[in-house]
Design a protein around this ligand. Structure first.
Ligand code: BEZ
Length: 261
């Protein structure tokens, strides 16, 4: 991240962008933008960290305000798992800053005097929103939908969520998704429906006839370490503290994650 007053080639003279939707597995489209915390070069500024990049439809609107407070509350938890938060809306820096100041005076849940510290991108020209498929013209051609992109430390898009303007996002789910992806990467496992750290994870189905034979033998053995529901549905235990320990090791030299569960 760079100083707010750095020269930013992101105004009206910047190159026009047509709408596109990057997909899971694609590199996160690059951009340079002015944000409430200074000029951002994305995703380069976040190399080595996970990022939750989200869009919201408009400043000074009710659902977005409740979400901004929830995002701020989530930010510390995300930081503990090596994940940065970046917001975007089709609005100017002055509008974002005025709204952030207004939010400071709102008391909602147990949040008050809340300072929004994550960067909020000025995307008045909708160039970034269009690059990320955040403008859904049949919903609105002037405002972004509620999009969430989870991007890994190599700058690859790993998950995408879209919500309509009328529905606030589920913040437990956003964090659950980041932890699930980090766990899958670290342990080469998948996570089943509604998985939470500490619950059993899924291992790959046998790929060869030898693997299949071993699986069948394992199914018959009384001391099996795997819970084999079918040859293609095999669970194994993965304690939450093992996940925390491994993710901490992966991040040696960086701020240590804690309280992942
Ligand atoms: C809201 O955040 O409440 C909102 C934003 C844009 C359109 C409709 C609702």
């Amino acid at each position: 991240m760079h100083d707010l007053f750095d020269i930013c080639p992101c105004g009206d003279d910047a190159e026009e962008t047509s709408s596109s939707i990057p997909l899971i597995g694609d590199p996160a489209p690059e951009f340079t933008a002015q944000t409430t915390n200074g000029v951002m070069h994305f995703p380069a500024d976040y190399a080595g960290r996970w990022v939750v990049l989200f869009s919201h439809p408009a400043d000074f609107t009710p659902v977005c305000t409740s979400e901004f407070m929830a995002f701020q509350a989530l930010q510390q938890e995300l930081a503990e798992i090596n994940t940065a938060l970046v917001g975007l809306s089709v609005g100017s820096i002055s509008s974002h800053l005025a709204w952030i100041e207004a939010i400071r005076h709102i008391k909602y849940r147990d949040w008050e005097n809340m300072e929004i510290t994550f960067p909020v991108i000025d995307d008045s020209g909708m160039k970034i929103a269009k690059k990320y498929g955040m403008i859904h013209p049949n919903a609105s051609d002037t405002h972004a939908v509620r999009a969430v992109f989870i991007i890994d430390p190599a700058g690859i898009i790993r998950a995408i969520l879209y919500y309509p303007a009328s529905t606030g996002r589920n913040f437990d789910e956003i964090k659950r998704m980041v932890v699930a992806l980090q766990t899958s990467d670290a342990f080469k496992v998948s996570t089943p429906a509604d998985w939470r750290p500490g619950e059993d994870v899924l291992v790959s189905a046998p790929a060869t006839s030898n693997d299949m034979r071993r699986t069948m033998q394992h199914m018959a053995s009384p001391d099996r370490t795997r819970d084999i529901k079918a040859w293609f549905l095999i669970f194994k235990a993965l304690p939450a503290d093992e996940i925390t320990e491994k993710l901490q090791k992966k991040q040696s030299g960086k701020k240590k994650p804690k309280n992942i569960v």
